[in-house]
Every structure is written in C-alpha cells, then in structure tokens.
Design a protein around this ligand. Sequence first.
Ligand SMILES: [Zn+2]
Length: 268
Amino acid sequence: MAGPSKNAKSDIALTPKRKRTFIETWKTQFPWVRGVDDIMFCEVCREYPSIADHNSKLYEGVTGSKRIETLQSHESSKYHLLCIQRKEVTEKGTGPMFVALKKQAENMDDQLKPMFNTAFYVAKQKLPFRSFEGLVELQEKNGIKMLTQYRNDKGCKAFVQAIAEVEKDRVSEDLKTSRFFALMGDGSTDISVTEQENVYVRYVKDGLPTTEFIDIMAVKSADANGVLAALLEALHHVDRTDGDIKKKIIACTFDGASVNQGAREELL
Ligand SMILES: [Zn+2]
C-alpha cells in the first residue's frame, strides 16, 4: 500500500492531470477486476479471503494511479489463480476439478444404487445380513458395478437402517398432513422371549386407506401401562407429539389378549 500511495501522491503533485484512472474496458480483458469509488480491486480474490494473498495490491484495493501492468502481473499470480479455480469449481461447474469431482460423485451414485437394492432384498427376504457380501460379489460377477466399500454385514445393516429412516420420514410426513389416523397393535415374543408390540397406523392418503408398519417395540412390562408406553413411543418415533396423538387418533384396534382387554380403559 505504501508504495503505490506514495507514487500516487507524487504523480498528483507533479502532473495532476496524469493520475491514471480506472478504464472500464479493462473489465473485458480482466473480467475479475472492478473499479468502484476510485478503488480498483480483484473481485474474485476478495470473494475468497481464506485463499487470497492479503498483501496483493488488488486484494487491498488500488487507490492511487491505476495501471494495466498491475492487472497483468496479478492475473498470473499464484493465489489469484487459486481463487479463480475455486470460483470455477463452486459456481460455474466447468473447472477441471469440478468435472473430476462430479464424475466421481456420479460413479458413486451408480454403484450405491445396486448396493441399496441388495440390502433391501436381504431385509425383505428376511435373510441374515451376512448374506449381503455374497450377493454383492455375485452381481459383480454378472457385470454390475458395485461399490468397493461396505460389502459386509455391517454395511448391509447401515443400508437397511438408511432405508428405514427414509421410510419412517415418509410415514411421518403422511401423518403430519393427515387429519386423522387409527392405530393397530399386536403383541408377539421374539426369539429371546422378549415381549414386543408391532405397531401400525392406518390413514387416508390420496383418497385411499393406507396401512403402514411404524415400529416393533420392546414392551418393558407386559401389562396395560407397558403396552401403552410402547405404543406412544412408536408414535413419537414418527414425530407425533402427545397433543397431536390426542387430537388426531380416531380408533385403536387390538386383539383379545388379556392385557389388551385390561388395557382398554388405560388406552382409550
Ligand atoms: Zn485476484
């Protein structure tokens, strides 16, 4: 800053008419340059202060004489080029780096889809997650490009959980927009003889009755209070508040298990 200002002062003092001002046509040759309120600066470098060279004249802004040589040397400076590259990547989508990243993302998308489909098949067919790896290898042998990572039971679990989250979000959104819904529940015991409650909701979507499974809940105590707590928790999992439940729930259906008969007063 000290250099150009001093020069500017002496320029003005000696030959006031020769103070060089910003020339609008420079913007054609150097599309990044701006001249605002007698300050010439590089718009792109200022846009990326974390990359730009803060000591660069055109980052600080030239207030004295404006010379084309300043623009020419700035154009080829390292940090200016980095800023230009960043701008291309983030905005125009034409820079070489952007193209490479986009291609990588597309490949990833193409390979993720069959991985998701395979995990869905495993879950739908009630196969063990361990079968995932073999199914992935089989498809690859048949010429389908599969992702190189996540090819094990843990990967399968992650895919299934992701699918479940999306499905839950969908039901949650449906229930949010529905004026009413009904609840259905049925008890069961799993392999470890833990009491569980399967929870379903029934509502109208696009004029048609729809039934959706929302959760399978472990019942802490196999009495009316325990079942009620499990049902409410399942509804909380699809983002229903207690107030929302009271306002919208219009029917509850359970089988004739003794706990349900005893629970009726508690639930309704
Ligand atoms: Zn610049």
